[in-house]
Design a protein around this ligand. Structure first.
Ligand SMILES: C[S@@+](CC[C@H](N)C(=O)[O-])C[C@H]1O[C@@H](n2cnc3c(N)ncnc32)[C@H](O)[C@@H]1O
Length: 247
């Protein structure tokens, strides 16, 4: 028998790191929604100080009432020193609220432990504020949504699956495409052109599909990658490549 799940712990300050799914508010789990409705404060990430938080717009469509939001900026940079400074600043703000006996949530797109700022933020919190209690709530990842929207099973039987961000140098990707039955490419962004060229070269272009902004109002599904003209389609996109074409 399945046991009853525990709701938010209201006795003391705690941080919930919550995966909110890829974009469709309907893909927020019941547990995530219950916790978000109950916490005192919700921290939302965004990439620019004056920009919009994508995560905030997703949960605002799902929550029952008005909530107290605090936006935290994490700039899009590879500079580790800069990033660390932002993780530390954010960890300090969160710890301040939790130590003041508030229950807080930090929301993250998809699943919190898949290519997420939350991974670095929670490590920073554990290191700098070990007394802060943290619970991570899983979410539906963008690649789960992608496979369902595309009606493409990810793996069956003894098949092997690889999930990776598109690397700068595509040499390694060639080998991955040969050794795995299904390859999920995330963080495509400006490398879309290069990926399409490689998929043509290795004759897998017809076995590939792309979904951009899955679950968002501007979602687009592209089954013929060679037809892509708009290179911006790589942003917030997942490509699924199957080694064997079963259609
Ligand atoms: C920083 S990672 C976050 C991944 C997220 N934690 C997850 O579980 O899906 C961002 C990448 O996730 C993918 N992604 C996130 N949301 C998406 C969506 N709604 N549609 C398509 N791809 C998405 C894209 O590959 C994007 O470059």
């Amino acid at each position: 028998m399945c046991s009853d799940h525990k709701k938010v712990d209201t006795r003391k300050g705690k941080l919930y790191g919550i995966g909110i799914g890829p974009g469709d508010p309907g893909l927020l789990t019941i547990k995530a929604k219950e916790i978000l409705d109950e916490v005192d404060i919700i921290f939302v990430p965004k990439s620019e100080d004056d920009g919009k938080s994508c995560a905030r717009s997703i949960i605002e469509r799902a929550l029952s009432g008005k909530k107290d939001f605090t936006e935290l900026t994490f700039p899009m940079t590879r500079n580790k020193k800069t990033l660390k400074a932002y993780w530390k600043k954010a960890a300090g703000k969160i710890a301040g609220e939790v130590r003041g006996n508030k229950n807080a949530a930090f929301v993250t797109i998809g699943d919190p432990f898949i290519f997420s700022t939350y991974i670095y933020l929670s490590k920073t919190l554990r290191q700098d504020f070990p007394d802060v209690d943290i619970e991570t709530i899983p979410g539906i990842s963008s690649f789960n949504a992608a496979s369902s929207r595309l009606e493409l099973p990810l793996v069956e039987g003894n098949e092997r699956l690889a999930i990776l961000p598109v690397p700068k140098d595509l040499k390694g990707l060639r080998a991955t495409l040969k050794s795995f039955d299904t390859v999920i490419l995330m963080k495509v962004a400006s490398k879309l052109d290069k990926v399409i060229r490689l998929l043509k070269e290795v004759k897998l272009i017809k076995n590939s599909a792309l979904i951009t902004h899955a679950g968002h109002p501007n979602e687009a599904i592209i089954r013929d990658l060679s037809s892509i003209k708009d290179k911006k389609l790589g942003y917030l996109s997942v490509i699924i490549v199957k080694r064997k074409n079963r259609s």
